[in-house]
Design a protein. Sequence first.
Length: 165
Amino acid sequence: MTLLSIDDYLSTSYRPDCEYVEGELVERNAGTWNHGQTLAAVMTYLHVRRKPWNIHVLPILRIRVRATCIRVPDVCVYLDDPGERVPTKPPFLCIEILSPEDRMSRVEERIDDFLAMGVPYVWLLDPATRRAFTATAAEGLREVKSGILKTENPALEMPLSEIFE
């Protein structure tokens, strides 16, 4: 197996975009109806609130979580412009949307990478079961039973009823 340099990865476009982990390309599962519907709902909900909440909302952004690893969350939220084409500064929030092909072990690796980078909040949405989870470094991954995904400092809230219609 030939390993790809990070410079080659960064100078190449993939459709859909792939992640880069220790010299290897890692495909992202996407493109299903439920995934697309959920992504659109999340983006719409956050985008219309970007000015009052003073946030930057971006879909499918390459983020350098460590020197040899680039992850591509479905949605990320920054409080400030990171000032880089491929940010090394952690977002405030990363949102992942499960596809039917996703394996939990791979999803947990992604979440762990985000948390290790310093991302305060990771939300995980499962369109098939209409369940949501939140992850923080202090509490790990846990299911949201209140029906509202939340962050603190700043306080952002996203009711699941707005996402899973």
